[in-house]
Write a protein that binds this ligand. Structure first.
Ligand SMILES: *[C@@H]1O[C@H](CO)[C@@H](O)[C@H](O)[C@H]1NC(C)=O
Ligand SMILES: *[C@@H]1O[C@H](CO)[C@@H](O)[C@H](O)[C@H]1NC(C)=O
Ligand SMILES: *[C@@H]1O[C@H](CO)[C@@H](O)[C@H](O)[C@H]1NC(C)=O
Ligand SMILES: *[C@@H]1O[C@H](CO)[C@@H](O)[C@H](O)[C@H]1NC(C)=O
Ligand SMILES: *[C@@H]1O[C@H](CO)[C@@H](O)[C@H](O)[C@H]1NC(C)=O
Ligand SMILES: *[C@@H]1O[C@H](CO)[C@@H](O)[C@H](O)[C@H]1NC(C)=O
Ligand SMILES: *[C@@H]1O[C@H](CO)[C@@H](O)[C@H](O)[C@H]1NC(C)=O
Length: 423
């Protein structure tokens, strides 16, 4: 009798264990890092990523916005979720989002339209449009990684984001429903993932003209054939002011063996937040203030002429183009003068041909920089083409940017992350 009842008890408890252990192990799994896939849209040149959101989970396509404030999503179309929760005015989510005010909505309640809910100002940084949107929370699911491959999927159950009207997505690539902000705010992806999964406020981007990746959390960041790009970094200071965006200090620009004469006032950020250099994934090409543009292109043309590289007619949006006749191909791209950005802490970011030149057709390469005119807010905006196949690590805790040299030099690319899941 006694033995039979204890057998019953044993069976019963092992049944309970069987029943609860899968969910328990999922809860207790703490990823060291996460990985998001990135692709480049050929028609808009926007970098896109996909996450899963809502209950049931659906994949949503977003434009990657390095300096963006937070995740915003079109809630007006096809937003169906049993776990959507608006942020009640005065709640912790509202203060985390630095929300501005408390709103009501005078139609039937639905995601994006609720009473007594705080709001923020989501912006489309491609078209430079902003609107109001309600702050909300929902489940977000992404893949963890050991740095070599994607691993099991993990969920952030209360991921804070902003709703936006459908109109805010105008100008974004086809199929895109919002933007993924990686900026320096408490609700941008890096900080929310770091607090949800208890890892360092650190992330890395590696873009390419095909498939790239974003890593959140600790390295390694490995690309086939077994190149850990986190071991290849030089470090410079990251400035957080004047916004959620990422600024670095360019001290001078050298092309070939000459120092480009520049008005150094433009290189620093004044008390109004004007000037300086930022990194952007929403600008397809680097944008230079007019006087910097003229000085850089003149020096580049001179240095190219010294190598018998001859000018060709302009091809929009570029002014400075060259015949490919005397341009040799190398592992680091077309063999043109190297553009060196000398940065804070005296480290040099070398821009080789693969990043400086755009092959507009078989016979012509153009310098992939554009003129930002007089008095732009930011003097130098380093854009997507100049970031491709370089690993950039943003460490928010120590305000450091780590950047690798062009990965082609290590015989790998940002498209070489092994996407075979080992979950
Ligand atoms: C908000 O409150 C007003 C007034 O009570 C009501 O007419 C409206 O339907 C409510 N809206 C939502 C979205 O609940
Ligand atoms: C994890 O997410 C990825 C990407 O969204 C998906 O392809 C995969 O099927 C998911 N795996 C599981 C076990 O749900
Ligand atoms: C340098 O740039 C600053 C800021 O635009 C401007 O006020 C100043 O006049 C410029 N100096 C020269 C020598 O052009
Ligand atoms: C470019 O070359 C021209 C003619 O040789 C010279 O006058 C000019 O100073 C040079 N500019 C730069 C920036 O090297
Ligand atoms: C440039 O062309 C001239 C004339 O064809 C030649 O003498 C010179 O060696 C060439 N220079 C380079 C750097 O190729
Ligand atoms: C900066 O680095 C270069 C080369 O690495 C060196 O020649 C130069 O002296 C350094 N300048 C300063 C101010 O440390
Ligand atoms: C990618 O990773 C998988 C799983 O670890 C491995 O089996 C495969 O060989 C890797 N691919 C390459 C090209 O190394």
């Amino acid at each position: 009798m006694a033995s039979s009842s204890s057998l019953h008890f044993l069976l019963f408890s092992s049944l309970i264990l069987l029943f609860i252990s899968p969910s328990f192990s999922q809860q207790s799994f703490r990823p060291k890092a996460l990985v998001l896939p990135v692709s480049k849209d050929a028609s808009t040149l926007q970098y896109l990523t996909t996450i899963k959101q809502r209950t049931p989970l659906v994949p949503i396509s977003l434009v990657l916005d390095l300096g963006g404030q937070f995740l915003w999503v079109d809630c007006d179309q096809n937003y169906v979720s049993s776990t959507y929760r608006r942020a009640r005015c005065g709640s912790a989510q509202c203060s985390l989002a630095s929300a501005n005010g408390c709103g009501n909505c005078f139609s039937a309640p639905r995601p994006g339209c609720n009473n007594n809910t705080c709001g923020v100002s989501p912006d489309n940084t491609v078209t430079r449009t902003a609107t109001g949107g309600e702050v909300a929370q929902d489940v977000v699911s992404v893949q963890s990684t050991n740095g070599f491959n994607p691993g099991r999927n993990v969920s952030a159950p209360n991921f804070v984001f902003s709703c936006a009207p459908t109109s805010l997505s105008e100008g974004l690539a086809s199929g895109v429903v919002g933007m993924a902000g990686l900026g320096r705010t408490r609700i941008a992806f890096p900080s929310q993932f770091a607090s949800t999964f208890s890892f360092q406020r650190k992330f890395a981007i590696c873009l390419s003209s095909s498939n790239g990746v974003v890593f959140f959390g600790e390295s390694p960041y490995v690309f086939l054939p077994n190149v850990d790009a986190s071991q290849l970094l030089s470090f410079t200071t990251l400035f957080s002011e004047p916004s959620a965006e990422y600024f670095i200090g360019v001290k001078s620009i050298q092309i070939g063996d000459t120092v480009v004469p520049l008005n150094t006032t433009l290189l620093s950020i004044d008390s109004q937040g004007v000037g300086g250099t930022k990194i952007s994934t929403v600008n397809p090409y680097t944008v230079l203030e007019d006087s910097i543009y003229k000085a850089v292109t003149e020096a580049f043309i001179n240095q190219s002429a010294a190598r018998n590289i001859t000018r060709a007619a302009s091809v929009a949006p570029f002014d400075v183009c060259f015949s490919s006749t005397n341009i040799l191909s190398t592992r680091l791209g077309p063999n043109v003068p190297t553009i060196n950005l000398v940065l804070e802490r005296n480290v040099t970011w070398s821009i080789f041909g693969a990043n400086s030149m755009v092959e507009v057709n078989q016979d012509v390469y153009c310098l992939g920089f554009v003129n930002g005119g007089n008095n732009p807010r930011t003097s130098i905006v380093i854009g997507g083409h100049q970031l491709e196949n370089i690993l950039l690590q943003f460490d928010l805790a120590t305000s450091r940017l780590g950047f690798s040299a062009l990965l082609f030099g290590r015989q790998t690319t940002c498209a070489n992350f092994n996407s075979t899941s080992v979950a």
